[in-house]
Design a protein around this ligand. Structure first.
Ligand code: AMP
Ligand code: GLY
Length: 424
């Protein structure tokens, strides 16, 4: 069978890499893909991003299953379009994707269904938002309602920063329509974890737990990024916490969507904040897998993932049991010069070693220029190491990182530090 993965990041490389391991899969097309998916003999890049053209391609090539990586095509209705044309696709409809594409939708939904999350209010009007900030005080969190490519959340330590964020979004329209409405919510303290499940409309299949590192620099310093590294499993997600998150957050979300007439299908990612007493609250929903969480998660997943996707599309996820490599997988993101503000493109990448049982390198912002691999985006590579301990997985990943070079390469040297301190 032929499969299609939509997207071009490290998440999509990892999804395609895993799907291509199935003996029944001839080829996985990746649209548009990157320099890494271009080099893998089992994967083939397709230079299409227009949704109608993608549906034409899927029809013409008789694609058996399509998996959508990023939020933008989901929010634009790729699943509605493919289904309407009788094409098998895994992801949420445009309506269901509002859990990610509108923070106000997600917050109001959580309130209606009693799903734990920070207190909030939504504003269109800058003066009313400023007055609310003055009543609430800092720290406080300001979020653009719409998709803003990671620039829509300001965690304000002071009231000055909070007022500036409101002005940026509501008065100066710096984020366009995405920031025309803002959610202002209480600042939550604790440790974050990523809780990702697959949903077929009714049944929920949890994936292995993971934890991301959002800040650019060691010790969680520096600006927010799309994610500088991730590992799986995340020891903070104990079996007890797992059960609570399923009971208090995930299942009420899936049931609530069903009750409201918006059946949820696809990956569902709850970003959690876990307080010192171990109570989870929902920071956000994403209607897709995480990047870079997908890279270590796929590195640990055993079995034929194409069959799991098939069951998910058929609505029979209740019959699926996933098996995981018992090792820890730990992914280190190598970012370009200038990331996250103004990543430089065109730097020549050297030294990526071949995949082994202990390490695999997924590509994101890479492209082949005249047969040479060069940087083409902010997050360039994600090097995943696997070992029996978190420290061992760190060694496996960083031993590989040390072989790779490009001008301006930036990376964190402490990926996994929370898991290391938790275990000792
Ligand atoms: P989001 O896109 O909503 O996940 O926000 C991006 C990041 O901002 C999260 O990963 C958190 O680190 C931080 N954040 C979001 N909401 C809150 C909150 N209510 N309290 C503290 N930090 C938050
Ligand atoms: N790693 C965070 C995200 O994918 O949103």
């Amino acid at each position: 069978m032929k499969l299609l993965v939509v997207g071009s990041g490290g998440r999509e490389h990892a999804l395609a890499w895993k799907l291509a391991q199935s003996a029944r899969v001839q080829i996985v097309y990746v649209a548009p893909g990157n320099g890494g998916t271009a080099q893998d003999a089992r994967l083939r890049n397709v230079d299409i991003t227009d949704l109608d053209a993608l549906a034409d391609f899927a029809e013409k090539e008789q694609i058996a299953l399509t998996v959508v990586g990023p939020e933008a095509p989901l929010a634009a209705g790729i699943v509605n379009l493919f289904r309407g044309r009788g094409l098998k696709v895994f992801g949420p409809t445009k309506e269901a994707a509002q859990l990610e594409s509108s923070k106000d939708f997600a917050k109001a939904f959580m309130k209606r269904h009693g799903i734990p999350s920070a207190e909030y209010e939504t504003f269109f009007d800058a003066a009313a938002a400023h007055a609310y900030l003055d009543r609430q005080g800092a720290p406080i969190v300001i979020k653009a309602d719409g998709l803003a490519a990671g620039k829509g959340v300001v965690v304000a330590a002071t009231l000055d920063e909070a007022h500036a964020a409101v002005d940026m979004m509501l008065a100066d329209n710096k984020l366009g329509d995405a920031g025309a409405r803002v959610v202002i919510e209480a600042f939550l303290e604790g440790e974050e974890a990523s809780f990702i499940v697959m949903v077929d409309g009714k049944h929920v299949l949890p994936l292995a737990s993971s934890q991301d590192h959002k800040r650019l620099s060691d010790g969680d310093a520096g600006p927010n990024t799309g994610g500088m590294g991730a590992y799986s499993p995340a020891p903070i997600v104990t079996p007890q916490l797992h059960a609570r998150v399923m009971r208090e957050i995930i299942l009420p979300t899936v049931r609530g969507m069903e009750k409201e007439g918006i059946r949820y299908t696809g990956f569902l990612y709850a970003g959690l904040m876990i307080d010192a007493q171990g109570n989870p609250k929902t920071l956000e929903f994403n209607c897709r897998m995480g990047d870079p969480e997908t890279q270590p998660i796929m590195a640990r997943l055993k079995g034929d993932f194409s069959k799991v996707i098939e069951q998910a599309i058929a609505g029979t996820l209740d019959t699926v049991e996933l098996t995981w490599d018992r090792r820890t997988a730990l992914g280190v993101v190598l970012a370009a010069h200038g990331y996250p503000d103004a990543p430089r493109k065109g730097d020549r990448i050297n030294g990526i070693p071949a995949e082994t049982e202990h390490a695999v390198t997924f590509h994101a912002g890479t492209t082949l220029a005249g047969g040479k691999l060069v940087t083409s985006g902010g997050r360039v590579l994600c090097v995943v190491g696997l070992a029996d301990s978190v420290r061992g997985a760190q060694s496996a990943a960083y031993d590989t990182v040390n072989q790779i070079s490009f001008d301006g390469m930036q990376y964190r040297r402490d990926i996994g530090y929370r898991a290391v301190s938790r275990k000792h």
